[in-house]
Design a protein around this ligand. Sequence first.
Ligand code: FE2
Length: 259
Amino acid sequence: MRILMVGDVCGRPGRQMLREQVPQLKRAHKIDLTIVNGENAAAGFGVTRPIYEEILAAGADVVTLGNHTFDKREAVSLLDEEPRLLRPLNYPPGTPGQGYCIVQAGGQRVLVANAMGRVFLPMDLDCPFRGVDALLEEQSGRYDLFFLDFHAEATSEKEAMGWYLDGRAAGVVGTHTHIQTADDRVLPGGTAYLTDVGMTGPSESVLGMDRKAVIGRFLSQMPARFEVAEGKRQISAVVVATDPESGLATEVQRILIRE
Ligand code: FE2
């Protein structure tokens, strides 16, 4: 069983890169399931129906989100209509949408979830650690392996989640910072871990946004309108291979392709 997780797709350049690269990555790595973080896919902020469909057409099976989940109004109805579009599971009870789904892939039932960190993010969500515990308990017996996109800012919180789920998840992959980390490994209990998978989109940018505007904001300390950058692009991803018996990871390999 081989899972491809693609990091934060940023605007049109990110969606183009997804279309151009995902089919061949899937072939080259014999991928059974593709998960894409799409929370920055609509010009950097959130997702719309046409953009969600574009991500699926590029080869995604599940699309995860994060702190920009509700930036676009239509996300509310989209989440209700699309069970494979996930928002962080630790939003307060009653929030539209779902934080997990179970998909059939490679002859296995894969529980995919999205959770969000609480450190250095301006939102007061419920505890992601307890949220994942509750999910695993509730879904016990209904899945063969578990994969988590942990959308968080702090390295410490992400690494803690990796260790917390070691032996219980096939993969814990971080998203949100847009910079790929070099710490991919299979933890001793069998969980593939990567602090951050990185961003898919403009590479000559600041986290995907036009660098002039960002630098200007640092210099002036005044609000500035950020737009997705243009020019050269990259795709950031990770491949996790799992053992069908244990549902745990045997291999993890990060991927960063720049034009
Ligand atoms: Fe984010």
